[in-house]
Design a protein around this ligand. Sequence first.
Ligand SMILES: Cc1cc2nc3c(=O)[nH]c(=O)nc-3n(C[C@H](O)[C@H](O)[C@H](O)COP(=O)(O)O)c2cc1C
Length: 172
Amino acid sequence: MKIVVINGTPRKYGRTRIAAKHMADTLNAHLIDLSTMDLPMFNGDKDQSSLANVQLLDETAREADAFIWLSPEYHGGLSGALKNCLDFLNGDHFKQKPVLLFSVAGGGKGGINSLNQMRLIGRALYAHVVPNQMVLDPHCFIREENRLTEEAAEKVQSNLDEFKQFAERMTR
Ligand SMILES: Cc1cc2nc3c(=O)[nH]c(=O)nc-3n(C[C@H](O)[C@H](O)[C@H](O)COP(=O)(O)O)c2cc1C
């Protein structure tokens, strides 16, 4: 089963990227890293579809069986980078496919907004966004070591295990 993890932070040193890399490594999944991918701003022009990164995104998403979307919470919402990436895609890439959501927030009880917005977008793309979801606050990270704490990693793992089981049942 091909799981694709989308890192929705535009920041190379973002916490979301740490979490996304952790998940991609753990699941042996493909990582779409929006902090390094250099996607242009979607403008609907036909010539954008011939750009190498846009084609790569299209092919990777088309071949995926399941997705994990991670977004930072920015100003009470999902990141512009993730929304822009999803605007290049459509229901053909997501229909009937399971999606698991994570938000990375500032620790002031944020995160739920980007989760809810991603959930709405997933519905618009005909994806099966699973009910489980998780917010990762700054205390979930050991910043100097660019990794999740043991406690956060365990909680993430339990979400990933349950998601993988569900995705395997759906793709059987
Ligand atoms: C532009 C911007 C807006 C932010 N707005 C919020 C917010 O509304 N709620 C919140 O909980 N955290 C907010 N934060 C904090 C981020 O969610 C937090 O720093 C998180 O680590 C961001 O993910 P990143 O490090 O991958 O970029 C904001 C940070 C930035 C840079």
